[in-house]
Design a protein around this ligand. Structure first.
Ligand code: ZN
Length: 69
């Protein structure tokens, strides 16, 4: 006997038009970069990154800076 293996899954009822998809995506926006202040020099830095101004991370020197030494 012929046996068909059917796999049923959710299928969109109809195509989402260009306009409809674009309208939905009008709410997609890029957010501004998060920033924190360096505990050592107080400069604005991105979180979880070494401070560009004094070369420290979590208060410890990571990169040697000639002028700030
Ligand atoms: Zn710093």
């Amino acid at each position: 006997m012929l046996q068909l293996e059917l796999q049923l899954f959710a299928v969109p009822f109809r195509k989402v038009s260009k306009t409809r998809g674009r309208k939905r995506r009008t709410h997609y926006k890029i957010s501004e970069n998060q920033t924190t202040t360096c505990p050592k020099c107080g400069a604005t830095v991105r979180p979880h990154r070494v401070c560009k101004e004094c070369g420290t991370y979590k208060g410890k020197e990571v990169i040697k800076k000639e002028d700030a030494a």
